[in-house]
Design a protein around this ligand. Structure first.
Ligand code: NVA
Length: 304
């Protein structure tokens, strides 16, 4: 870990994606280190959550610690009081902050005004814990990461951005198929390009889902309307209508491709009915692996 916080895949040093994956795999197979014994983790969540909240609460408990869940209505981050004030108070009372926020900037402010680790549990820009759980899932199913081809079909959102960075850092080729106006943000694209150049992997954008999915080892998609984008719902459903991942599209992938989705999933929108239950789907393994990957992140942050 380059700093005290984990806000982005870029907070990991070279080779650390693979390092965390192997730590997560060994935690999953062996016993959980009790490194949070006597420690308290504040979960500050501005947006709803199932997988992230449950996997953090369970993970912290298994590591010997305690969680306090603080919803938006309690804290009112930046509204009831400024983020910096919240940060300085939590810094005195707890040992770690795990935060899910609308604006990535809120996470940076929390990190700047604390001496304890701050972990990104999803922002408008990034979902690095999801990307690590996903890499663990790919590693378990494929035996290695190096040289695999990952295709992401849909919105160039927080999930796509963190996955692009994780794949590029860990030696996988990454292609995103998205409409022209929903590409990865330029800053993320540039960061992922730099990682891909370091590892000698391929990073590509195409407008054509079939082109991305052709011979892919992994086909990944996410919702077209993320939390916070609700006002654009109608427009997005129309722009993305030809980006659905369905039985026809996945025929272009390798026979043993993995179908992945971070969930929640919307049948009839980004996936057709039946895709979550497809024989190649590993979506529930992804959900479980959030737990193991996050325990590895916490172990890393607490110096285990
Ligand atoms: N892109 C989605 C991911 C949900 C886990 C969102 O931000 O709403």
């Amino acid at each position: 870990m380059k700093n005290k916080d984990f806000l982005s895949i870029l907070d990991l040093s070279d080779g650390e994606v693979e390092g965390i994956i192997s730590k997560a795999a060994s935690i999953k197979q062996g016993s959980t280190p009790q490194i949070l014994s006597g420690k308290t983790v504040a979960l500050v969540f501005e947006k709803p959550s199932l997988r992230t909240r449950v996997s953090f609460e369970v993970g912290v408990k298994q590591m010997g610690g305690t969680c306090i869940f603080l919803s938006n209505s309690e804290i009112g981050l930046g509204v009831r009081e400024p983020e910096a004030d919240v940060a300085k108070v939590l810094d005195r009372l707890v040992d770690c902050v795990v935060a899910r926020v609308f604006s990535h900037r809120s996470l940076e402010i929390l990190a700047e005004h604390t001496s304890i680790p701050v972990v990104n549990a999803l922002s408008d820009q990034a979902h690095p814990c999801q990307a690590l759980g996903d890499c663990l899932t790919i590693f378990e199913r494929k035996g290695s990461l190096e040289g695999l081809k990952v295709a992401f079909v849909g919105d160039g959102n927080n999930i796509a951005g963190s996955l692009a960075l994780a794949c590029s850092s860990a030696g996988m080729d990454f292609t995103i198929a998205s409409p022209q106006n929903y590409k990865l943000p330029e800053s993320i694209w540039n960061q992922a390009t730099a990682e891909a150049e370091k590892r000698g992997t391929n990073l590509r954008w195409t407008q054509e889902p079939k082109d991305a999915v052709f011979e892919a080892d992994v086909v990944y998609t996410d919702v077209w309307v993320s939390m916070g984008d609700e006002e654009e719902k109608e427009e997005r459903l129309s722009v993305f209508s030809s980006y659905q991942v369905n039985e026809q599209l996945v025929k272009f992938a390798k026979d043993d491709f993995l179908f992945m989705h971070d969930m929640p999933a919307h049948r009839g929108e980004e996936i057709s009915e039946g895709m979550l239950e497809h024989p190649n789907s590993v979506v529930y393994h992804q959900s479980e692996n959030r737990l193991h990957a996050q325990k590895a992140v916490l172990a890393e942050l607490f110096g285990y």
